[in-house]
Design a protein around this ligand. Structure first.
Ligand code: ATP
Ligand code: MG
Length: 441
């Protein structure tokens, strides 16, 4: 991509309406544009990042054997009346009437719709377990939409649903998702801690929220600090290790606000390990047994009778993750953002010093650009005649992890090259390519 042809509407200063750093940076670098309260357009830079996050989320769902489908955003009120949630959900649900005067709604979540799909298609326990997911826009008419895409009204979510025959097997499916979440957040270079959570309107009694520590987060958490040392690098997937998967975490007290009990906290956590702080919820998993299957009569044939299936649901805020990663990685004082290479909008930026009278540097840059493209590296070349230091500032904000600077002193095959937050080195193009490719592995 040539910067002159890109659609990256950068602002000179931080926008005054934003209070947290992710919101500021996303507006400043033209990642999003608000269209109405809590509703945003995703501009090319932001959209590229979100799509890459989505790919990682999808990949980790596929790896545990979940199958992707796509349900619509607009749902009929009928199934919500069956489950009893049509009234319960309250004003967060956006309700619509079609031209036949039928009550429709913009889905805030999909337990009802997936249960309806399941019950008409699956008849025998032999088809279980079923793990199904989709990645789709949701709408919740939040009372106080704020912080940009962190708490908005229309947002992009991965939601998965599991169907099993017994409680034990259902908890096994729960652990598979627990594992896939540990792996997903790790690939995004986030340290997200699973905390015991309340189940709210979804129902049930087993639930974890995956939380990233951040002062700007809206979730209050109470935890034993030792949970941060639990090794989440669990790559084993045999039955035994999955059954025990949560044990290491559950040794330590770690809960969200609604579950907090001062007495238990003080009894279970020695004073030096107590931490009360705030975080951002990036994922939430629930086990709720036969709550929906009973209400909606989703059963299968098992041992000569009809048995209601046991269900769980598993959400990741794909769009919220973009903001959460900025909260975790953006150094607001130095104005340097660095995206993990796996989700960076571009992997490398070429930043030439451009002299209006002489275009040798631009020509040198174009050669490097073509070469990197041929090597399969995603690259952006700043071919504008903006001055060099503001170009550098701009790319520090955009957060592309590698930069190649090209000036009058650049020799034949020795380039000023740096990884953000590291020292500059003078090296050949071959070495640059090797470094970038290594990082991508
Ligand atoms: P919160 O407690 O933040 O309101 P929730 O418990 O209502 O979230 P879930 O129903 O568990 O959310 O949805 C799954 C995921 O979707 C959340 O973990 C979060 O990452 C994301 N999410 C939920 N609400 C919003 C929102 N208003 N804007 C952006 N992302 C959201
Ligand atoms: Mg929640």
């Amino acid at each position: 991509m040539l910067f002159s042809k890109s659609f990256i509407p950068i602002l000179k200063n931080n926008p005054s309406e934003a209070v947290i750093k992710s919101h500021k940076l996303m507006l400043r670098t033209g990642m999003i544009k608000q269209s109405s309260a809590g509703i945003y357009s995703w501009l090319p830079l932001g959209f590229k990042i979100m799509k890459k996050i989505e790919k990682i989320v999808r990949d980790e769902q596929d790896k545990i054997g979940a199958q992707e489908l796509l349900m619509p955003t607009i749902q009929s009120s009928e199934i919500w009346k069956e489950s009893g949630r049509y009234e319960d959900y309250g004003e967060e649900m956006l309700r619509i009437k079609d031209r036949q005067n039928r009550e429709m709604l913009y889905g805030p979540t999909n337990e009802e719709l997936i249960t309806d799909i399941f019950r008409t298609s699956v008849k025998s326990y032999k088809s279980l377990p079923q793990l199904l997911y989709h990645i789709q826009w949701k709408f919740r008419d939040e009372l106080r939409p704020r912080f940009g895409i962190m708490r908005c009204r229309e947002f992009y979510m991965k939601d998965a649903y599991s169907f099993d025959i017994t409680d034990d097997e259902a908890k096994f499916s729960y652990n598979k998702f627990f594992l896939s979440y540990l792996r997903t957040f790790k690939r995004l270079e986030l340290s997200a801690i699973p905390m015991a959570a309340d189940t709210g309107p979804i129902g049930g009694n087993l639930s974890h929220e995956f939380i990233i520590l951040a002062d700007t987060g809206e979730s209050k958490i109470y935890t034993d600090k030792r949970i941060f040392e639990v090794n989440s690098d669990n790559t084993k997937v045999n039955k035994e290790s999955l059954i025990d998967l949560r044990k290491d975490f559950e040794k330590y007290y770690a809960v969200t606000d609604e579950k907090y009990d001062k007495k238990i906290f003080e009894k279970e956590v020695p004073e030096e390990f107590r931490l009360k702080t705030k975080g951002i919820e990036v994922g939430h998993i629930f086990y709720f047994g036969d709550k929906y299957s009973q209400a909606m009569k989703a059963s299968v044939d098992y041992q000569g009778k009809k048995e209601f299936v046991r269900m769980g649901s598993y959400g990741v805020g794909v769009s919220r993750l973009v903001g959460a990663i900025i909260e975790a990685k953006y150094n607001e004082n130095d104005e340097i953002m660095k995206w993990p290479i796996s989700i960076a909008p571009y992997e490398c930026a070429i930043i030439p010093f451009i002299d209006k009278k002489n275009n040798t540097n631009l020509e040198k840059s174009k050669k490097v650009y073509d070469h990197l493209l041929k090597e399969g590296i995603e690259v952006i070349l700043d071919d504008t005649d903006e001055n060099f230091s503001s170009k550098i500032k701009k790319f520090n904000l955009i957060g592309i992890p590698f930069q190649i600077m090209i000036g009058n002193k650049t020799e034949e095959n020795s380039f000023e090259f740096k990884e953000l937050n590291e020292n500059t080195q003078n090296i050949s193009l071959e070495k640059i390519i090797k470094i970038i490719k290594n990082k991508k592995k």
